[in-house]
Design a protein around this ligand. Structure first.
Ligand SMILES: [Mn+2]
Length: 436
């Protein structure tokens, strides 16, 4: 990672934080990296996820660290470094980290909290609220809503460093996706394909930003299918897997077919790929994301009409709410430290929200598109019994070609997902730079 980009990123964090502290009336901000979560009645910990507000500042792994940010001082990193021989305790490169932070290292989380100054109005952000209360933080200063929303807003517009981290995460995922496609083409099972992916990506499962979705045939219609069946020789693969770099995620979906698939479905996937690229092409500042979501519904309606699955054209199909039967999720979401990143429903920096339209409750982004946003564009088209069955008996049953639907149903569905960065006058499709 280029140090220069990270320098700029920290510098921008400092400037934004000064503004945020002024707006919210705090002298300083305490960001905790988090505490390890232990399963109920067990001595095992869940995989640790750093508090994203901490990760926004520093790609430093592990729980217990505190970061103190004030309006003028160099940020202070109070690092939790326990005397522990059970886990690896990699030393911190103090010369490197010292460029950006004043560093202290202590052996207990309590001691870390004791190093925080008193007599200042500090806002605490993190899950270690018990320790924070003991240190004297008042209830109102633990994760104050207004402060959190202001930080979320800040996170929704990415720096060049963050864009580069996402690009690197895309390069890793693209390697995995190429290997997964090859494994599928050779008849591999879901488990084989998953292994091919992580092997090529050079990581283990907990490094993935979310559980991989590797679905053969009809299982592609289960939106968050996480199983790994061992029978292979599928006709269709729907694979939704990302990768991480520097704490930032990529989130990529592809749908591939083999010669055993119905030629109509294969042709549909080709058209759907063109449809997805066309939606990405429309991304530019000033466009409302819900309008792009609507455009996706019309385009999917037209595609279904063209293939004869629906007997009414796109606009009419959307009006009669028929496309929702095939495309029941949102077009996409912000992407960053969190796979479903924050700020997607926010109306303004102070915290008002724009909820999605009641007909599209799963749309995770209602913002107007701005430069420096990173989001996914992931239209889908599935044959889901739970959604099809009511239509078979419903008022619009004659608008569907049921025999064609039943013929295509064993193929599951199609989803194609790219990660897009908004530029001053358009966009950059990070995914297509690496993967067809
Ligand atoms: Mn996604």
């Amino acid at each position: 990672m280029t140090t220069q980009l990270y320098n700029q990123h920290v510098e921008e964090r400092r400037q934004r934080s000064t503004e945020i502290l002024q707006e919210t009336g705090y002298d300083g901000l305490v960001l905790s990296s988090g505490t390890a979560f232990r399963y109920f009645a067990d001595d095992m910990h869940a995989p640790f996820h750093t508090n994203p507000h901490f990760a926004h500042w520093a790609p430093l792994p592990g729980p217990g660290h505190l970061l103190l940010v004030t309006k003028s001082d160099k940020p202070r990193l109070i690092r939790f470094a326990p005397d522990d021989y059970w886990y690896e305790q990699a030393p911190l490169d103090r010369d490197r980290w010292g460029q950006w932070f004043d560093i202290e290292e202590l052996g207990s989380m309590e001691d870390c909290f004791d190093r925080l100054p008193s007599g200042q109005k500090l806002g605490f952000v993190g899950d270690a609220t018990g320790l924070a209360s003991k240190k004297g933080f008042g209830e109102a200063d633990l994760n104050p809503e207004k402060l959190l929303r202001r930080l979320d807003w800040d996170r929704s517009l990415k720096t060049d460093y963050e864009i580069e981290c996402t690009r690197q995460a895309t390069v890793i995922a693209a390697r995995g996706h190429r290997a997964a496609k090859e494994c599928f083409e050779n008849g591999g099972s879901e488990l084989d394909i998953h292994h091919a992916y992580v092997q090529a990506a050079g990581c283990v499962d907990p490094d993935l930003p979310y559980n991989s979705i590797v679905a053969l045939n009809e299982r592609g219609a289960i939106l968050h299918y996480e199983g790994k069946r061992t029978d292979g020789d599928g006709m269709v693969l729907l694979i939704d897997v990302g990768a991480s770099h520097g704490g930032y995620a990529s989130d990529i979906t592809r749908t591939w077919t083999r010669s055993s698939a119905d030629p109509v479905f294969v042709e549909m996937v080709n058209h759907f790929d063109a449809l997805q690229k066309d939606l990405c092409q429309q991304v530019r500042p000033g466009l409302s994301y819900p309008d792009l979501h609507h455009a996706a519904h019309v385009a999917i309606g037209d595609l279904l009409y063209q293939f004869g699955v629906l007997k009414v054209p796109g606009e009419e199909a959307v009006e009669k709410q028929l496309t929702r039967t095939f495309f029941p999720h949102g077009l996409g979401h912000f992407l960053g430290i969190q796979v479903h990143d924050v700020g997607g429903h926010q109306k303004d920096p102070s915290g008002g929200t724009n909820p999605p339209h009641e007909l599209h409750p799963y749309l995770r982004t209602t913002r107007t598109i701005e430069e420096r946003m990173i989001f996914t564009v992931e239209p889908g088209l599935y044959f889901i019994d739970l959604l099809l069955d009511p239509q078979r008996e419903g008022d619009h049953r004659d608008s569907f070609d049921w025999s064609l639907i039943d013929r295509l149903k064993p193929h599951g569905g199609i989803r194609i997902e790219d990660n897009v960065v908004v530029t001053a006058d358009g966009h950059r499709n990070l995914t297509r730079e690496e993967l067809p």
